[in-house]
Design a protein. Structure first.
Lengths: 342, 230
């Protein structure tokens, strides 16, 4: 199998594959010492002033390689802690158990878990450990990727772009004093009203694997890609950005479905290897498509916020907004990767 | 005959060696239908296991296996960590305090481990997972012991069943885990977790063989699996 796979030289800004996550964590700790602190073994990024007495703690985590998610979202108005696993591998229960304990200010802790078998099982074990130590823990699962059939025949839809929006909105609500029950309900509402779909132009290389995760020809693209290089729905010939944007957006719109008169947050995300200028090309087409459909874009986010190492490509996430979600989207946030209102 | 903790240590060391040797192969299987990390994850875990079991090698079998499981839960991540971790923790719990393990107790412990895997992952037979290997293997082991076979012979039959179960995952469509995202495109590929579970049975057979087989490093897997490329 590996024999037939083209090996690519590991041309990356790393020291060794084994040290990459820790080296990056050390860099984050130094660069953002005003916002976060980092603990090692188990690896956890914690909001500097945690635990906040009486505030619901928000903990997320996942494989590394999706930066700035999740560590970049630790800070005021968003996450209280993030647990980075090995690249593209869910973190381990001891990390989430430690994070939960570190941010529990007595009002309970909400785990934000992306729907992957590994993440779910590791977070479940962590919640069991944390409850054993007296923390009140709820979990909300994001599963917004429309590229995956949601049926008995799959592990269910993957959690992708909506995760970022949820962490912001629920983080704002927790900061404003929502209790664990209300925060959990809001998180479920955000997930239920958001949908995403992505595409890739190129693969990425997991440093420990040392070669491209999948082969893709120069004139091809993969539609419905996940954020770990998992194959998507279909492999097709490359098309102009406007057409790609329309395929992604129309598929997302039909799924919820988003209807004429709805107000949405439109989020065009870069997969890590796509320049911002191209994301704005995509955003232009997304916005125009939505306007044509009578869907009002009342908030937007454009940039690389949930990535897949150096993969080139984009994803489109739409979130149907109401007064509550809009208010907490607009609320002040101060994290390494998102900052406004402060 | 009874199984000693030393034999179980031998099992774990053999398994760690095979995982290290087949790391690229397992990762390649996972790249085809998952995210290409199964070999890397399992190797990281079992290197950690080798460190963590060093101080408990002369303790009871339960402590050994529970230590193994805890080391896996704390270092593997992904789906493999909770699944293999739970397997060893449950098996170890069933052997609490036992320095020598009766044949039937060993099989019962492995069955308890499998039960834990199913509870954690909720996979059914033919979902194209490690459960498709462990289930028929342990059924064989149990059946052979009942017929009066030795543990070595029972595990020999179990390993054959494991190999058949592993190969039988090839035509299946994955219904659990990352591979399920591919739908029909998962058909035609061997499941990585099923493969690592086959090694688990195979190394246990080697560790309990009568007469004992040579050290793990001399075990040859040439011709069956890809050899490390570097
Ligand atoms: N729900 C499940 N129950 C049992 N085994 C599973 C389940 N989901 C996945 N697996 C096993 O895990 C293997 C993948 O492990 P690994 O690659 O380490 O984790 P991940 O899928 O998180 O990357 C699969 O090949 C399969 O055998
Ligand atoms: Mg995997």
């Amino acid at each position: 199998m590996a024999e037939a796979t083209v090996t690519t030289r590991l041309k990356k800004l790393i020291n060794t594959p084994e040290s990459e996550v820790k080296d990056a964590l050390a860099g984050m700790a130094l660069a953002h010492a005003d916002l976060i602190r980092v603990e090692y073994d188990p690896n956890v990024i914690i909001r500097k002033d945690a635990p906040k007495k009486g505030k619901v703690g928000l903990v997320s985590g996942g494989g590394s390689g999706h930066e700035p998610m999740h560590g970049g979202y630790v800070g005021r108005g968003m996450l209280d802690a993030a647990c980075p696993g090995a690249v593209f591998t869910s973190p381990t229960p001891d990390q989430m158990a430690r994070a939960t304990k570190a941010v529990d200010g007595g009002a309970g802790v909400l785990h934000v878990v992306k729907n992957y078998t590994g993440d779910i099982m590791n977070f479940e074990m962590a919640a069991e450990l944390a409850r054993g130590e007296g923390s009140q823990v709820n979990a909300v699962i994001t599963n917004d990727d429309v590229a995956v059939q949601d049926s008995l025949y799959t592990a269910g839809r993957r959690g992708v772009g909506v995760t970022v929006l949820l962490e912001k909105i629920v983080g704002g609500a927790a900061e404003a004093g929502y209790d664990l029950q209300k925060a959990t309900e809001l998180a479920k509402k955000v997930n239920a009203n958001g949908r995403s779909m992505g595409m890739a132009l190129t693969s990425c290389i997991v440093p420990a694997a040392g070669k491209v995760t999948f082969e893709i020809a120069d004139d091809e693209m993969e539609l419905g890609i996940g954020i770990h290089g998992e194959p998507g729905r279909e492999r097709t010939k490359l098309k102009p950005a406007d057409e790609i944007a329309e395929i992604l957006t129309s598929t997302v719109v039909k799924d919820l479905p988003f209807k004429r008169g709805d107000e949405v947050l439109a989020f065009v995300n870069g997969m890590g290897g796509t320049p911002l200028i191209e994301l704005y090309v995509v955003y232009n087409a997304v916005h125009q498509y939505l306007t044509k459909e009578g869907i009002k874009v009342s908030r937007s986010l454009v940039g690389s916020y949930i990535t897949s190492l150096e993969m080139a490509g984009t994803s489109v996430t739409l979130l149907k907004l109401d007064a509550e979600t809009t208010k907490f989207w607009d609320a002040p946030v101060h994290t390494p990767a998102l900052r406004w209102g402060v | 005959m009874a199984v000693t903790t030393a034999q179980l240590v031998d099992w774990i060391e053999r398994y760690a060696a095979v995982i290290a040797e087949q790391k690229q192969y397992l990762t390649g299987l996972d790249a085809a239908i998952g995210d290409g990390d199964h070999g890397i994850n399992m190797d990281r875990g079992f290197q950690q296991v080798l460190i963590k079991i060093a101080p408990v090698k002369d303790k009871d079998a339960g402590t050994l296996l529970k230590t193994t499981g805890m080391a896996l839960v704390g270092s593997v991540g992904g789906a493999g960590g909770p699944l293999y971790g739970t397997f060893f923790i449950r098996a170890g719990t069933a052997l609490d305090g036992k320095a020598e393990v009766a044949d039937a107790d060993l099989v019962a412990a492995l069955e308890a481990g499998l039960k834990g895997v199913v509870e954690r992952g909720k996979a059914n037979l033919k979902d194209k997972t490690m459960v498709d290997v462990l289930t028929p293997a342990l059924e064989q082991a149990r059946a052979r012991l009942k017929e009066g076979a030795s543990i070595a012979d029972a595990l020999s039959a179990a390993t054959d069943a494991a190999e058949a179960g592993m190969k039988a995952t090839i035509p299946l469509k994955a219904l659990k885990g990352r591979a399920s995202y591919l739908g029909d495109r998962s058909i035609g590929h061997q499941d990585p977790g099923a493969t690592s579970s086959y090694y688990l049975l195979r190394t246990l057979r080697e560790a309990l063989a009568d007469p004992p087989q040579g050290a793990s490093t001399s075990t040859s897997y040439v011709g069956r699996e890809q050899q490390p490329t570097s």
